[in-house]
Ligand binder design. Structure first.
Ligand code: PLP
Length: 446
């Protein structure tokens, strides 16, 4: 039976972000999950070391979340949000507004992080038009930024490996430098931050009249390799956006819902975005709901008699799905009851101590962490920070070894990712780091 399933997976499926030739060599089919572990069809168990791509909060098969879906199913699975609403979508909206930065008072639902960003971009663009400003139509985004895979989100992204191919399809956006302190040769993290802010200000001075909005991942660039920004950068960007009358779109898709030790990462610097995208952890990792938050000021620019053509014409078939919203409500109730954010704050200090185990390994160049978002950068030469050649695919090789040793994760190039479910205990975190350590030693020694 298992063989048969593997054959079918190879014959019929095309998997996201996957070279299928790699999959055919190393197939994996998950059958079940429990707590922070998942089990494949052969019965082998793995730690979910990347929260099933940065989503999972309370572990798998969490009783309260399972029950919330069953209870909602006994009423209705889905009805539309076009021109009407439903009970859980309305209740959830209030809860979301109550936990978000205070200037954000409205929520617009969608189904994925990329869509939530796409919506933020379209809202920002139309906001200026609705206000009668025809000049502000362009965007600034960050070098090495990632906001999802739809064309709009790709246009404000800049990960060469994922995005270069689609150049001709994209709309133009200015790319501002992002402060990667590890790769900054000319000084410390503070200097790195100051230089990036200066260059951003220069760009804004020249172009602000044509710029609708700036998009930025909150506190950590995830897909770029868990690059945590130096203290004060996000607040600096907020200051410049305000000074030059440019809307600030903060992407909390990866960082939101407790992942960094705050409900939303922009709270680390008391930043109030104009638009904010979130998704992933919103349902505890259960169902695809995402959300774009905005301010009353932006909302009001769309609110008018229909014939004045200010309506936001955007929506998806499954927007505001009841099952998703019901489980999101149960998820937020668990956040409160189990004090998840406080737990992450406490445990991330112990996690930092555990990660020190890896510091002395000869090919670990840098360890970056904010809360439960950790990146371990492998380098060929620790002194010179020289990277491994791309063809060596070290991150991939180490992650495959980790799989063999009982832990799942996906690297970003040669940066190993540790992003465990937020309920992981210190003992479980220790186990995962031991697996990582063993895999790094075995593969880099070869
Ligand atoms: N924005 C950020 C910062 C992300 O990390 C991701 C996904 O990893 C996205 C957007 C896209 O989210 P989704 O995969 O739900 O479309």
């Amino acid at each position: 039976m298992e063989r048969n399933l593997e054959e079918k997976s190879k014959k019929y499926l095309w998997l996201p972000f996957t070279q299928m030739k790699d999959y055919d060599e190393h197939p994996l089919i998950i059958e079940s999950g429990n707590g922070i572990k998942v089990k494949d069809i052969h019965g082998k168990e793995y730690y979910d070391g990347f929260s099933s791509v940065w989503l999972n909060v309370h572990g798998h098969r969490k009783k309260e979340l399972d029950e919330a879906i069953t209870a909602q199913l006994s009423k209705i699975a889905h009805s539309t949000l076009l021109g009407m609403t439903n009970v859980p979508a309305t209740e959830l909206a209030e809860k979301l507004v109550n936990i978000s930065p205070e200037n954000l008072t409205r929520v617009f639902y969608s189904d994925s992080g990329a869509e939530a960003m796409e919506i933020a971009l379209k809202m920002a663009f139309q906001y200026w038009k609705n206000k009668g400003n025809e000049k502000k139509q362009k965007f600034i985004s960050m070098q090495n930024g990632y906001h999802g895979d739809t064309i709009g989100a790709v246009s404000v992204g800049s990960i060469e490996l994922f995005h270069q191919m689609y150049g001709p399809l994209m709309f133009e956006s200015y790319k501002a430098p992002y402060p990667n302190a590890y790769r900054f040769e000319e000084g410390d993290a503070n200097q790195c931050k100051e230089e990036c802010l200066e260059m951003l200000e220069q760009l804004l001075q020249e172009q602000h009249e044509t710029i609708a909005a700036l998009s930025i991942e909150s506190m950590v660039q995830g897909a770029a390799g868990m690059v945590v920004m130096p203290e004060g950068f996000l607040a600096g960007v907020r200051r410049l956006c305000t000074k030059y009358n440019v809307l600030m779109i903060v992407d909390e898709v990866a960082t939101g819902f407790g992942r960094t030790g705050k409900m939303f990462a922009c709270e680390h610097e008391q930043v109030q975005p104009d638009l904010m995208a979130a998704g992933k952890g919103i349902t505890g990792g259960y169902l695809p709901i995402a959300v774009t938050f905005t301010t009353e000021e932006i909302y009001r620019a769309f609110y008018d008699d229909f014939q004045n053509q200010k309506t936001f014409f955007h929506g998806h078939s499954y927007t505001g799905n009841q099952l998703g919203c019901a489980v999101a409500i149960a998820n937020l109730e668990l956040f409160e009851k189990d004090k998840i954010v406080e737990q992450v704050q406490e445990k991330s200090q112990q996690l930092q101590t555990l990660l020190r185990e890896l510091t002395h390994l000869p090919h670990v160049g840098d360890i970056r962490q904010l809360g439960f978002m950790c990146g371990i950068e492998l380098v060929k030469n620790k002194e010179t920070k020289e990277s491994y050649p791309k063809e060596a695919r070290m991150g991939y090789a180490v992650s495959l070894k980790m799989r063999e040793l009982g832990m799942l994760t996906r690297p970003m190039g040669d940066v190993l990712v540790l992003m465990p479910p937020l309920v992981s205990t210190i003992e479980e975190l220790g186990d995962m780091i031991n697996i990582m350590k063993q895999a790094i030693i075995e593969v880099t020694d070869e």
